[in-house]
Design a protein around this ligand. Structure first.
Ligand code: ADP
Ligand code: MG
Length: 393
């Protein structure tokens, strides 16, 4: 799936109006009846169908006539809506090259008006695990608005809330700049994922720093749950930054100890293999193998039952509600287990069809100034997918 923002320049006010109408219709319909889109968009001179054909041409919507004549947003359509909103807010002005492909996200560089380069993470829940989403529908059956849009928006909202809170508590995370729909804007980390680092001058020190982070997180009431060499960035000055927060859980979670131990185990394993660190007998199995962390060494790090965090409670009071958390956990839990250590790769799009990873889709920064528009009657707030992700003054 490509993110070709060039098409954004040619989209008219009516195009965005109809695209937003499709998004709004998806509150209650997986496939939005064409006639309903027409009613929501209520273009002055009619012609919604013509606009839909144009959106279809640009792959911003998908046509489905299996049950009735209807449309739904594609990820690209959702991308365009988020990008347009953020550009209108002045958060950034142009989109650049792709810098990362996660399990369920695409990361691009974006640049502000004054040339500052930021990172844009577009969440794509359902890309890799669409079958898993389907099988998990049972959990969410009673939510009328459940769909991949909803899950991706939740993931972004959660990531943004957690990143902000972690930053406020002095954790080394990117600066959380803004969030809309499934899109999070954050500062660009000048470094590489640890998985790409072959040599470190002081692996022992880095190991201790990283392990210290997992423990400090838990002391604050949180467990990362995907703490591995793909989600730890390190720069030339050996500064460590942790990223990727949608799967974080509270220490009060019923499986907290297991997730905590697994995070710790990942770090041990990686440093043992990559940097040949050896650990004393208490910390590893006596045969020095890569098997699970020895039960007896757990308390050495932390007994999750004995910590009383504060950040997890703070976050409950933030925009990310307990119910959001529950929905996310039900969805994410299984995947975290399956996906550890396979943090990239080709996936499927929401249709379940093969979706090649974008290879440096966009060379150079493309100006998006043309997509700024005035006086659009359909307000951002009209759209459910857009409601109150972050309050803006
Ligand atoms: P996923 O949840 O899909 O695993 P991540 O947040 O881990 O996504 O991002 C995937 C990759 O994108 C990372 O491994 C990293 O290389 C890159 N990346 C993510 N965020 C940033 C950032 N703020 N600055 C620089 N690179 C980033
Ligand atoms: Mg990751």
């Amino acid at each position: 799936m490509k993110l070709d923002v060039n098409a954004l320049r040619y989209l008219t006010k009516d195009d965005f109006r109809v695209l937003t109408a499709v998004e709004m219709g998806m509150r209650n319909h997986e496939i939005v009846p064409a006639e309903l889109i027409g009613r929501i968009a209520s273009l002055k001179h009619g012609g919604t169908y013509k606009v839909l054909k144009n959106l279809l041409k640009h792959k911003l919507v998908h046509h489905d006539s299996s049950k009735y004549d209807g449309f739904r947003l594609t990820y690209l359509g959702y991308d365009f809506l988020a990008i347009k909103t953020l550009v209108n807010r002045g958060v950034f002005a142009s989109v650049g090259r792709q810098i990362g492909v996660g399990k369920e996200s695409d990361i691009f560089e974006v640049a502000t008006e004054d040339g500052t380069v930021l990172a844009m993470k577009l969440h794509r829940l359902g890309r890799v695990s669409f079958r898993a989403v389907k099988s998990k529908r049972d959990y969410l059956r009673h939510r009328r608005s459940f769909n991949w849009l909803y899950l991706s928006r939740l993931a972004a909202l959660k990531e943004f809330a957690f990143m902000k809170a972690l930053e406020e508590h002095g954790f080394p995370v990117p600066n959380a700049v803004d969030c809309n729909r499934h899109c999070v804007i954050m500062s660009l980390v000048q470094g590489y994922p640890l998985v790409q680092v072959k040599e470190l001058p002081n692996p022992d020190t880095i190991f201790e720093t990283i392990l210290g982070l997992v423990v400090r997180l838990a002391e604050h009431g949180l467990i990362h749950c995907d703490f591995n060499e793909f989600n730890i960035m390190i720069d030339d000055d050996e500064k460590v930054t942790m990223i990727d927060f949608p799967q974080m859980i509270s220490v009060s979670h019923r499986n907290a100890q297991m997730y905590f131990d697994r995070d710790i185990e990942c770090i041990f394993k990686f440093f043992r293999k990559r940097f040949h660190l050896s650990f004393d007998e208490k910390e590893v199995e006596s045969d020095g193998s890569d098997s699970e962390l020895n039960e007896s060494c757990r308390p050495q790090f932390l007994d999750i039952n004995k910590v009383s965090g504060c950040l997890d409670k703070e976050l409950e009071a933030s925009g990310f509600t307990r119910k959001d958390q529950d929905d996310m956990e039900k969805f994410v839990e299984g995947d975290v287990e399956e996906d550890l250590g396979s943090d990239s790769g080709e996936g499927e799009d929401e249709d379940g069809t093969a979706c090649p990873i974008n290879d440096a889709t966009l060379d150079g920064l493309e100006s998006l100034s043309l997509i700024r528009e005035e006086g659009d009657n359909l307000q951002e707030g009209d759209s459910e997918a857009n409601q109150n992700i972050v309050q803006h003054p």
